[in-house]
Design a protein around this ligand. Sequence first.
Ligand code: UD2
Length: 301
Amino acid sequence: LEGKRILVTGGGGFIGSHLVDALVSDNDVRVLDRFSTGTRDHVHDEATIIEGDVRDEIALQRAARDVDIIFHHAAIVSVEQSIDEPRASHAVNLEATHSVLEQARIEDARVVLASSAAVYGHPSNVPVAEGDSLRPTSPYGVQKLALDQYARVYRECYDLEAVALRYFNVYGPRQQGPYSGVISTFFEQARSGEPITIKGDGEQTRDFVHVDDVVTATIRAASIDVDTSSLNVGTGTGTSILELASKILSVTGSDSPIVHKPPRPGDIRHSVASTTRCKRELDFEARIDLETGLQRMEHRR
Ligand code: UD2
């Protein structure tokens, strides 16, 4: 992308801040973030910061004025938090998303929405494809599913160029906080010599995709005319949590012990993306394999 006026909601967050880094040199980039979990220090100097809540319609209108593209990455990203506080996560993840879509319609802007593998719930088989059954198991999953369906309906009803990207397990630098994901948790444990906590037997698998690959796919979704409203973003490869633990121990050279904790209630057993549609529509394939991604995290501390 070049010469575009772009809004990144959640531009201080994990994926959002990496997206801003990739866009800022060739585009005019604005960030709307309330910096509750996002970090000001992660926002590139050349981006314009509008500090505000995505639920605040005035702030959103101001941030979206005259933009060509909106990347909507502001969210309460925790599945567990959505179970503990369903109202709050609904308000941010769904109501505010609807305002973003309305704003995109007013501005006639293209919009890329952060959806999630959570829309599938327990996949009936893996790799899971976009047309497979959608049966989320948490309020978070329902919110992402609604967002995902809104993208389709806004395309159909209003000709809005909206795409929802179903991110699988995204990892990389700047993923932080209590809900940050297993890779950053294991890194912290390995570096401090604390036990690596595997929940359950560790045979569950995930599709870990590096944030740099995710940024590539996300920007492509705003550059290419796609024929669909929903795309998986993953690598197509599953890794078990046990394998992950051993890779992280080896890359950090840590001698942390591995301990098993009770499984997480409702934990998904296997989650791996079918990458066929994303390859076809965006000509996207993840380039950073897990080993390389973990090494980068270790060496760019
Ligand atoms: C991911 C997404 C979530 C949602 C969901 C959809 C992340 C951070 N979260 O949740 O937003 O899209 O997929 O299904 O990408 N685990 C351990 N030990 C720990 C922490 C986790 O064994 O200390 C296990 C956990 O039980 C799970 C796996 O690691 O089986 C991945 O956990 P996670 O929290 O990183 O991500 P996930 O897949 O629950």
